[in-house]
Each structure stands twice: as C-alpha cells, then as structure tokens.
Design a protein around this ligand. Structure first.
Ligand SMILES: [Zn+2]
Length: 840
C-alpha cells in the first residue's frame, strides 16, 4: 500500500490517468454536450469535469460570500470528478450547466468572481434537472389519478423515472359513491400511465422507466402479478416494472409455513377475497421464473429505517428499486470507486492510520450531493418542496468486485463477505458523520425536529456485534454517533444508496456497483475517425496484471470466448478462486453479498440475484424466503436467458414494408438473415458433360436472390448451393459469388455460374414492381434514433420494459440493436456490447 495520507494527494494520484478507450467511446457517444446540429461542444472528460464542478459549486453562494472558499470547493469537486474517484448519476453529468454559454466554464479558476457564480446559479432552468428518479402519489379518485398522470408526464418529459403505489386505488368492480358506477380498478389505470409514457417517448423524451407497486393483500393482487404476462401475443404494460409489497415479510413467512389464508381487502371497497399464502407465493415465483417480474419489496422495512416514517411514510421506490421515497420524493445519487480507494486505505479496519483520508473523501462527496439538492431544478413544485424539506442524498459505492480482486478475496467467500460488511459499515459511519458535519455548517434538514433522529435512531439494521471484531468496533462508533450528536444535527434524512452504476462505472473504468464482474473479457466495437469499425478487446486489468507473463494470445482469446476463467486449463486454482464472475457464483452468494451491504445502508441497493438457466421455481422460492429472513429491503432475481424466452408464444405478423436487413451477432459476426417459408424462384435446366443439373434461384420480397439450390445428386452441387445461399443471406452480392464461381478451373462451375446469371436476369424481367429499398444496419455501436426506429419497423420489433424483442423472442439492445446481448445486473437491464444501461 502506497503511503498517501491526505485527500488531495490521493486524488492527484488518479487525476492524470486518462479514461480508457472504452470509457472515451461512451463519453463521446452519450455524454459530450452537442449543439442543435449534433456538433460536439465538448471533447474530453476534462471539459465535462470543468462544467459540472463549476456548476455544482455555484450552489455554495447560498452559504458563503467568501470567493476563496467557493473556488476551493470547485477545485475539490473538480479533483473528485477528474480523478473518477467519485461520479454523480448521469443526469447530473448530462444536464449541469446545459444551455449556458460554455465560455463561463473555460474561465480560469482564479478569475472567477462571486458574480460569476451567482450568474451560473441564477441561470438555472428546466433543462438542468439533475436527479433521475421520483415517486408520485396516487389518490383513489378520478381527479387524483389524472393529476398523477399529468405529474408523471412532466417528470418523464425531462427524463426522470417514476414509481407509484397502485394499492391506493380501490379494486375492480367496487362501487363508486354518488354515481352508481363501478371502478375499473388499478390495472386499467396502469394502462393509462403506460400509454402516457409511450406518448411522451414518441414526443422525443428519453424512455420513461416506471415502477408499479401493489400490496400483497390488495384484492386485485393476482391480476397485478399477471399483468405483465405475455400470453396473447401482445406485450402489455411495457413501460412498467412491477413489484409486490410485503410490508411485514416475517409475518408472511409464518403464513407460508402454516399454509394460512390471506384476506384481500381494501378500505374503500366492500370486495373481500381470500387466497392461500402458498398459492400467492407460487404465482409470484412462477412468473419471476419466466420473466423476472414481479420483484418483491418490503416497504415495512424501508419505513422502519426511515427517520420520517411517522410524517411521510415511503410508499414506493424509484424504477430500479434502490431508493424508497415518500410521495413527491426525488433522489440524487453519486458513487465512490472502492477499487481506487483500496490502493491507499485499508478498508474496513477501524484502527488504520489512513482512515482520515476516506473520511474526508466521503465528506466532500456528500457536500457535492448536498449542493445538487439546491441547484437542481425539479419538474414539479411539490417535488422541490419535499426534496428540500428532507434533503435525500444517495452516496453509494462502485468497484466492489475490482476491489476484492485487488485484495485477492473471493466475492463468494467468508473473507470476501467480511470485507463487504466491514467496509460498508465504515462507509455508512463516515457518511453519517459527514451529514452531521454539514448540518453543523448549514443547518439540519427542515423536518429534522419531527424525525426519529431526535430520539436517537439508527437508520439501518447493522450486523450482530459478534460477526467480527471490526464490526463490533464500527457498531460501537455508530451507536455513539446516533445516540449523541446525531440527535442534534443531521443534514439529510437519508444518505446512503447503492445505485445502478452501469454507465458511470464504465466511465470510471471500474466494476459496476456492488455486483461481481459479468465478464472478465469481451470485445466491443468502436468507430474510428474514418468511420471504420474497430474491435476493442477488453480484459479486466487486475486479472491481466495477475496473469502477467502467462497471458498468451490463445489464452486471451479463450477468456474472451468464455468471459470467465473457471473452465480454462492452464489457469491456476488461486486465480480461479479469486476471479469469479456473476454467473460463476450461486444465487445464495449473490444474496449474502446484498445482505452484508444492506445491513449498513439507510436506503436500499441495486442488486440482481443472477441464477443459471437451469434454476427451478423452487430455487427461486428458496432465494425469496432467505431474502425475507435476512435484512433485505427488496429483491430482484434474474434467471439467465429469461429475457429471451419469455415471448416465444408471440403470434407472427404479416410483413407490411419491404426493407432488407442484415444481422450481426453479439460477436459482431455477420449472420444469415432468416429465410421465409415461401419464396419466389426461377428454375433452369442445365446440361453438363456428366448429366443434368437443375438450378433454382430463390428471391425475397425485394427481388434479391437469397438462395441457390443445385440438384444433380452430387455432393459438390449441394456444397456450392449451400455456401452460396448462406453468403447471399448474409448480404454478399450475387455478382461477387458468380465471379468466384466463374474463376474455378474446368467447365462445371463456369457453366453453373452462367446459368445462375441467366436465372437472375429472368427474375428481373418477371419482377415488375421493383421498389424494395435496401438498407444495412451496423449494429453494435450506439445508433441514431432514426436508424433504430427504421430497424425496429423493418424487423417488426416490439418494445418492452426498455428493450426490443422480435417474434422469435430474441432481444435487441435499444441503443446499438445487438441481438441477445442484454443481461441483468444491479437490478437493471444492460447491454454487454455497447455498455448501455437502462437505469443510469
Ligand atoms: Zn447495446
């Protein structure tokens, strides 16, 4: 461990390390500001860092008039971001200072005046929305519902995701007083929200993610659980994730054990039903096995650890599930890269001399997020009010898996879990110290006096003291903090969240959030200046260092092929033990990691319990039961391959437009496009020296030759036919194939080539309405919206939950259109080809 003891030296150590090519590619594709015509206004991570740090630091004018102090704060923020030790959520990177003339961000720091900072602060407008997620309340009345539709529409217009609690609405067929009518029920209203989200998306906003929550004892809960089931050939509620809320999971577990009945009822309705606990549980597990939906949520636990639960109980979570929020709550997130910290701090050890550095780092990240609350422009007045009264921030961690690699601890080992628990305890403790420190400087959050902190309240479960000596020490420090100064000072009602970090962890060149690495090596493609597609092989750099000397190009290719080192000969057992991926470990190992970390988080965390394809419904039930027994606040499982297979029953539809496409697979190899069952064709008879050959050339709806069939009973003819067909279906022109055939020695191939040519001409004569427009899509890199729409239309793809599916159940990434390249991690769908992530 290198000897560095203060924050500035630590940040300086990383400040000049440039982002990798992969990170640069993501920045260029998605993060650099562009003008209206698509020209880049920013060209480097440095440009973004300058803009964001100056913009956020200008919020400091609310607390000081001292120009030196504000400049110092800006410099600190600049170093945090430039070093990529800390990164805020994507909307903060996208929207900070957007629409301001960029000159103001180029002015040298020592020339910045108070007026400059004030000008920046006062320039704020609706385009400077910096948080990603919101919760909107529903009311059990027509006016209330449509008010919420309007609120949600506004939030989504500015790119935010929204969560709702649909339990509030009375069940289907309940009487409505005064009208004599019957209620159409929560599911019908979910459809209204779904349509609204799709309409807004067509209006040009980013795709709106939505989360619907319903209590397990609502009379419509069965319909809710089945609401996303795809059994009629149509994708339903495609803009929703759904979660069933079990307020009291311990109680539900008992009912399960005793096979008790559950009463389903609603305060505004006479409708009463019952269901066996086991029946309900089976249904949830069955559906989750098929498609991952619904998830389970334990909001009672959220409220137990939420300091204002008596005032504004949390009613739902944001769409990715990591941030429980009260009505009109919003969250503003940021993550620290533990894989960088671990080089200099002995994480988790309460007695280490470098702890001060980590403590300072957490203070400055917390101050950054606290400033975001003030400078943020909220889409609704009510959200502005709640956000400022409670001052939620979500400081989290990323790079956990890489930190474990560096420490040579396995993610699925006792030691690995101890590291997770102890370092999160340390992280939580310092975060709360920072929030108390900020309160001393700036005042506690306005509702502090009504909060549970006043009475001495610890906002997370903690592990038992006997877990380890270090945990005992951290618990002691934590208790001391909450039973003393936290009773008087707290700046933020909640401080810690582990958010989805898909894109930002790529920018930081570190592993995502608290997830194990998904692949240790892979190939992505980028476009160079001349527009050529260049392969970008990647290998986890810690693994690369460890393999130093032993890494041959064959070995590298094998690791890229498999993504894992587990089944590769010539790799040592020690490396196999440490370098485990998400698919190398068991569901229980995933769950235990979530339990360790959740025990010290006041909010929740983004985590996917990845299960192998062969996992059974019973495996899922066992995982769910464990989640209820441990300290989890919610759970998202994903069975490998279930994104792809869930739509196999979908009805095929008739083609309505002639566009040809070619398909590149996830390894960027060209794939033959599918052949239709019936094709138009021309058959010619050709006499050779040894007999007769029948040559059949088949054409698609665009009049393009896509199949050649030769029959004279010889293997040679069959081989020529098969290979030519696969080439045609992959986009090789017929001319090219004919040219090759005509070069073969002898008369056989020459003759056949001539006949095929005649067949093509024959067909051209027959092909009267020659109108097929032909386009080629190079998938694998982010495409323009227009290109995506064209491809989606041409291939009759359907949108569901953030991605596309075709009628065979294959998935397509919504930004790069790679086929079956999606995976679930951090509770979130991500693309392994381009790095796209639904949540960040
Ligand atoms: Zn992609």
């Amino acid at each position: 461990m290198t000897e560095i003891f203060n924050l500035d030296d630590f940040l300086d150590h990383f400040i000049n390390i440039s982002p990798s090519e992969n990170a640069e590619r993501i920045l260029r594709d998605r993060y650099f500001l562009k003008d209206g015509e698509g020209n880049y206004l920013e060209h480097s991570w440095e440009d973004i860092t300058r803009r964001v740090s100056r913009y956020i630091a200008s919020a400091e004018i609310l607390y000081t008039e001292d120009i030196e102090e504000i400049r110092n704060v800006e410099k600190k923020f600049y170093k945090l971001l430039k070093s990529r030790v800390f990164l805020p959520n994507s909307p903060t990177l996208f929207n900070s200072g957007k629409t301001l003339p960029l000159e103001i961000f180029k002015k040298p720091l020592e020339e910045m005046t108070i007026e400059d900072y004030k000008r920046i602060y006062n320039s704020r407008n609706r385009h400077n929305m910096l948080s990603a997620c919101f919760v909107v309340p529903l009311e059990d009345s027509m006016e209330g519902i449509f008010e919420a539709v309007k609120d949600a529409a506004l939030i989504q217009k500015y790119g935010g995701g929204v969560g709702y609690d649909f339990s509030v609405l009375r069940p289907k067929d309940s009487s409505i007083a005064g009208t004599g009518g019957k209620s159409s029920g929560p599911i019908s209203f979910m459809n209204v929200f779904n349509t609204t989200a799709s309409t807004i998306e067509q209006g040009g906003a980013r795709r709106g993610a939505q989360m619907a929550v319903m209590r397990y004892d609502h009379p419509d809960v069965i319909d809710f659980i089945n609401s996303k089931k795809n059994n009629d050939g149509k994708s339903v509620l495609n803009y929703f994730n759904i979660s069933v809320n079990f307020d009291n999971p311990e109680e539900f577990l008992k009912k399960l054990e005793n096979d008790e009945e559950i009463e389903l009822s609603h305060p505004n309705s006479n409708i009463k039903k019952t269901i066996k606990a086991r029946e309900l549980f089976d249904l949830i597990a069955n559906n989750a096995w098929k498609s991952g939906d619904p998830g389970m949520l334990f909001l009672g636990r959220h409220n137990k650890y939420y300091a204002l639960s008596d005032v504004t109980p949390v009613s739902a979570t944001n769409p990715c599930g990591e941030e429980p929020l009260p009505p009109y709550g919003s969250c503003n997130l940021g993550s620290i890269d533990l894989a960088k910290v671990v080089d200099f701090v002995n994480l988790g050890n309460p007695d280490h001399e470098n702890n001060e550095l980590f403590k300072d780092l957490i203070y400055w990240c917390s101050r950054f997020l606290d400033d975001v609350i003030d400078i943020n422009v909220y889409p609704l007045e009510e959200i502005d009010k709640v956000s400022k009264e409670q001052r939620f921030i979500g400081l989290g961690i990323m790079g956990l898996a890489d930190a474990l690699f560096k420490k040579e601890l396995a993610y699925n080992s006792e030691e690995g879990r101890r590291f997770m628990a102890e370092s999160t305890a340390q992280f939580a403790y310092y975060s709360h110290l920072a929030s108390t420190e900020l309160a001393k400087e700036r005042g506690s959050f306005p509702l502090f006096d009504r909060s549970k902190y006043k009475k001495g309240f610890i906002p997370f479960a903690m592990l038992k003291d006997d877990f380890s000596e270090n945990i005992r020490k951290w618990n002691e420090l934590i208790r001391k903090h909450f039973f003393n100064e936290a009773k008087e000072f707290k700046r933020n009602v909640q401080v810690n969240t582990v958010a989805p970090t898909g894109s930002i962890s790529n920018i930081a060149d570190t592993s995502s959030g608290i997830e194990p690495n998904f692949m240790l090596a892979y190939i992505r493609y980028m476009t160079d200046k001349e527009g050529n597609r260049v392969p970008l092989p990647y290998m986890n750099r810690i693994l690369k260092e460890k393999l130093d000397g032993e890494l041959t190009s064959e070995l590298e290719a094998e690791i890229i092929e498999k993504g894992s080192v587990q089944n590769i000969e010539g790799i040592s057992e020690e490396i196999k033990r440490v370098f485990v991926t998400a698919m190398d470990i068991s569901g229980e190992d995933h769950l235990m990691a979530q339990h360790m970390i959740q025990s010290y988080l006041d909010a929740s965390c983004s985590k996917t319990i990845n299960l192998p394809k062969e996992a059974t419904v019973d495996d899922i039930k066992n995982i769910y039961k464990m989640a209820m027994e441990l300290s989890l606040k919610g759970i998202t499982i994903y069975r490998d391959g279930s994104l792809e297979t869930q739509v196999l029953t979908k009805a095929k539809k008739k083609d309505d437009k002639k566009v040809t496409f070619f398909v590149l697979d996830e390894k960027h190899k060209l794939r033959a496009r599918p052949r239709k069952d019936t094709l138009k064709s021309v058959t010619r008879k050709y006499k050779t020296g040894s007999g007769t050959v029948y040559i059949t050339v088949s054409f698609d709806d665009n009049g393009e030759a896509i199949e050649i069939f030769l029959s004279d009973g010889t293997e040679t003819a069959e081989i020529i036919g098969r290979l030519s067909s696969i080439a045609l279906r992959s986009g090789v022109s017929a001319d090219e194939i004919l040219e090759q055939l005509s070069k073969v020695k002898g008369t056989y191939c020459k003759g056949i080539s001539g006949e095929i040519k005649k067949a093509l001409e024959d067909f051209e004569d027959l092909w009267k309405d020659n109108e097929g427009d032909i386009e080629v899509f190079h998938v694998g890199k982010p495409l323009s919206r227009e290109e995506v729409e064209k491809f989606v239309h041409a291939n009759k793809l359907e949108y569901t939950k953030g991605y596309y599916i075709d009628n065979e159940g294959n998935t397509y990434c919504p930004t790069c259109l790679s086929k079956n390249s999606l995976l679930m991690t951090e509770g979130c769908i991500s693309c392994k080809t381009c790095g796209w992530s639904k949540c960040s």
